[in-house]
Design a protein around this ligand. Structure first.
Ligand SMILES: [Zn+2]
Length: 251
């Protein structure tokens, strides 16, 4: 007698890695067994541990990230502060009312807006290439322009005239030599001021002639040019007066 072969359905327990008969009673028996219970508990333990370590890793990665970010931020702030320090070490250009020039105390240079030249260095001289870092150079500040359309042209002309007139000389270049002041505490006490009447008269005459020549020269100039020259002359006079005062050469 032959029996027809028939495969029994089987069930795979993933905890215990074993096959068993796929029927309720066989499965129930297996699940009640000590071995299966231990395997299930072990699997749960492993899953919990993995979750914990995953979490720990995530926290660590987070911490690492924020510490990198914090370090980057700190470095950025440091760079910013350093840049600021460098900028401030270049000094500020402050308008000197006496001379009409801008002065940078950190660089020890004057700057003339009219000519775009710097005065300073050792020995001091007017120059277009002062010895200072490019960042420290005078930067044009926005200034209210005259309303007239010819304002810019007039300014340019005035600047040219001024360049010609001042011959790039130091504002105090006129002090000394035969122009030594004859008045003031020092000039007076040395008797320099007690000059012969004739000499004084000659000096006054020369002064009158110079003024006349100056006036004639200015006749050919436009209103703006004359104004610019007058402002320049007034500034020069103020500087000279102040310096003479400082040296005790003026009343
Ligand atoms: Zn099992």
């Amino acid at each position: 007698m032959t029996e027809k072969w028939k495969s029994n359905p089987m069930f795979w327990c993933d905890y215990c890695k074993v096959w068993m008969q796929d029927n309720p009673s066989a499965k129930a028996t297996h699940e009640r067994g000590m071995k299966h219970k231990e395997n299930v508990a072990k699997k749960l333990r492993q899953m919990r541990q993995k979750a914990d370590s995953d979490k720990k890793e995530a926290v660590l990665a987070d911490k690492t990230m924020s510490s990198i970010e914090a370090a980057a931020k700190k470095q950025y702030e440091k760079d910013l502060a350093a840049a600021k320090a460098v900028a401030s070490s270049h000094g500020e250009w402050v308008l000197d009312e006496g001379s009409g020039h801008y002065y940078n105390a950190a660089q020890r240079y004057y700057f003339s807006r009219e000519t775009g030249m710097y005065y300073g260095g050792d020995p001091p001289a007017w120059t277009l290439q002062p010895e200072m870092p490019p960042e420290a150079l005078f930067k044009a500040q926005p200034k209210a322009e005259p309303a007239s359309t010819s304002g810019q042209a007039a300014k340019t002309t005035a600047a040219k005239i001024l360049l010609k007139t001042m011959k790039a000389a130091h504002p105090l270049a006129g002090i000394g030599g035969y122009q030594m002041p004859k008045t003031g505490r020092i000039g007076g006490s040395k008797g320099v001021g007690v000059a012969a009447a004739g000499t004084q008269a000659a000096g006054a005459k020369r002064k009158r002639e110079e003024d006349a020549a100056k006036a004639a020269k200015q006749k050919g100039l436009s209103e703006e040019e004359r104004k610019a020259l007058a402002a320049r002359e007034a500034a020069r006079a103020r500087v000279q007066q102040r310096t003479m005062s400082n040296f005790g050469l003026a009343d």
